[in-house]
Design a protein around this ligand. Structure first.
Ligand code: CMC
Length: 392
C-alpha cells in the first residue's frame, strides 16, 4: 500500500528507532548508551559493557557482582549438547558449528523460550552470554581434533574463554595478562554497531516473535559472510596471499583499483564510516603492543601498514572515502594470541553477542515493532497463460 521506495541494501531507510548505539560516520564517532568507545575500552570490561548495552545503564557494584555471578553459573553445556559437537565432520568450519549449537539451545533449554516473560528473557540472556564462549571453544577444539576443556567458574568470562580454548594439555595453563586485556578490549569494540547486517537479521527474525536463541543463531549466519564478520579472516588470507606472491603490495593495490576479478582490499571501507573507523584506531595500537610483547608476524603487520599507507594516499580510496575498518588489524592480534584463522569470525560473534541480545530485547519491548516485511519492485514476466508440459 502507498508508494514503495527503492533503496537497495536499506542504505537510507530507518525502519526502527533505537537507544543503544550512536554512530556518526562522518566524524568517526561510536558510543554505546552515550559512552564513547575509547573511554569504555580503556576503563571498562566486556562483562560490564554487556550489562550496559543490555540494561541501559552502567551497573552498580551489586548489580555487576550479581550479573557476573549469573554468567559464571551458566558456563557449562548440557552433556548431550557437548556430544552434539562430535557429530560434525572434524574439518568443519567452526562458524556453522557455533550457529547450529546456538539454534540447538532452543531444544536444550526449553524453560527459557518466552519472548515476553522478563525473568525468562534474563535467563536466556545469561545462558547465551555464558555458554557462547564455551560453545566457541568446543567448536575450536573439535576442529583441532583435541579434547575439550571445561570452564572454570572461578574465572571471569574472558579469562575463562582463553582457558577453554588453550588450557589443555597444560594443567597449569596461565592466562597472559596482556592477552586477556587485548581480548577483553576487542570484545568491547565488537559489542554493538547498531543496524548492521547481522543485527538487522536478529531483529528481523525476532520480529516474527521467534525466540532469542533462534534469532541470534540467524544473526551468526549473517555475520559469517566475507563482506561482514568474515572480513577479519579474509584480511589475513589476503595478507598471506600477497606475501606468498612476488607481486608486493603496490601490484596488489593496482589489481584492487582495476577491480580485477572483483578483488577488494579486505578490511577497508564501510557503509556508515566515511572516515577512519574509531575502532580501527584503537585496534591498530593494540596490534602494535600485542605483536611486540607476545610475538607475532611482524612482517605481516608491516605489510598491513604499507597497504594502509598506500590506500590513504591514493585517489581511488580517497574519493570513495575508504578507510581501515574494525577488521583490518584484528586478525593479526587473534593470530598472535594463538587462534587459527577460521576462528576469527567466531571471535567477532562472541564479542557482538551482547549487542544482538540488547537489540532483540529492545525490539521485543517496543510497541512500534512490526513484523519485518520489506517491499519490492517487481521486474518479472507480465501475466501469461500456463502451457501443459507436452505442448512446450
Ligand atoms: N576495496 C576496494 N574497493 C572498495 C572497497 C574495498 N574494500 N570497499 C568499497 N569499494 C568501492 C566499491 O567498489 C565502490 O566503487 P565504485 O563506486 O567504483 O563502484 C565504492 O567503493 C562503494 O562501495 P560499495 O560496495 O557500494 O559500498 P557499501 O557501503 O555497499 O559496502 C562494504 C561496504 C564494507 C561491504 C565494502 O566497503 C567492502 O566490501 N569492504 C571490504 C569487506 C570488509 O572489510 N568488510 C567489513 C566491514 S566492517 C565490519 C563488519 O561489518 O564486519
Amino acid at each position: 500500500t502507498g508508494q514503495v521506495t527503492y533503496d537497495p541494501g536499506f542504505a537510507n531507510t530507518a525502519s526502527l528507532s533505537s537507544a543503544i548505539t550512536y554512530i556518526d560516520g562522518d566524524e568517526g564517532i561510536l558510543r554505546y548508551r552515550g559512552y564513547d568507545i575509547a573511554d569504555l575500552t580503556e576503563k571498562s570490561t566486556f562483562v560490564e559493557v554487556s550489562y550496559l548495552l543490555i540494561y541501559g545503564e552502567l551497573p552498580t557494584p551489586e548489580q555487576l557482582a550479581d550479573f557476573d555471578g549469573r554468567l559464571r553459573e551458566h558456563t557449562l553445556l548440557h552433556e548431550d549438547m557437548r556430544r552434539f559437537f562430535q557429530a560434525f565432520p572434524y574439518d568443519a568450519h567452526p562458524m556453522p558449528m557455533v550457529s547450529s549449537a546456538i539454534a540447538a539451545m532452543s531444544t536444550f533449554y526449553q524453560d527459557s523460550l518466552s519472548i515476553t516473560d522478563e525473568a525468562q528473557i534474563d535467563i536466556s540472556t545469561a545462558r547465551l552470554l555464558a555458554k557462547m564462549p564455551t560453545i566457541a571453544a568446543f567448536a575450536h577444539r573439535h576442529a583441532e581434533g583435541v579434547p575439550v576443556v571445561f570452564p572454570d567458574n572461578n574465572l571471569g568470562l574472558v579469562e575463562n574463554f582463553l582457558r577453554v580454548n588453550f588450557g589443555f594439555p597444560s594443567e597449569d595453563y596461565e592466562v597472559d595478562p596482556l592477552a586477556l586485556k587485548a581480548l577483553d578490549q576487542l570484545f568491547i569494540l565488537h559489542a554493538d554497531h547498531e543496524q548492521n547486517c547481522s543485527t538487522s537479521t536478529v531483529r528481523l527474525v525476532g520480529s516474527s516473535q521467534a525466540n532469542l536463541y533462534q534469532s541470534i543463531s540467524a544473526g551468526i549466519h549473517a555475520l559469517a559472510g566475507p563482506l561482514h564478520g568474515g572480513a577479519n579472516s579474509a584480511v589475513l588470507e589476503m595478507l598471506e596471499e600477497i606475501q606468498a606472491s612476488d607481486d608486493g603490495p603496490k601490484k596488489f593495490m593496482e589489481r584492487v583499483k582495476n577491480k580485477e576479478d572483483g578483488v577488494r582490499l579486505m578490511g577497508f571501507g564501510h557503509r556508515v564510516y566515511k572516515n577512519y573507523d574509531p575502532r580501527a584506531t584503537i585496534i591498530k595500537k593494540t596490534a602494535d603492543e600485542v605483536l611486540e610483547k607476545l610475538g607475532g608476524n611482524d612482517e605481516m603487520l608491516q605489510l598491513a601498514k604499507d597497504l594502509e599507507e598506500i590506500a590513504l594516499a591514493d585517489d581511488y580510496f580517497v574519493e570513495r572515502k575508504l578507510y581501515p575498518n574494525v577488521d583490518f588489524y584484528t586478525g593479526l592480534i587473534y593470530k598472535a594470541l594463538g587462534f587459527p584463522t577460521n576462528m576469527f569470525t567466531v571471535l567477532f560473534a562472541v564479542g557482538r553477542l551482547p549487542g544482538w541480545i540488547a537489540q532483540w530485547r529492545e525490539a521485543a519491548k517496543d510497541s512500534e515493532t512490526k513484523i519485518g516485511r520489506p517491499r519490492q519492485i517487481y521486474t518479472g514476466a507480465p501475466k501469461r497463460l500456463y502451457t501443459p508440459v507436452d505442448d512446450r
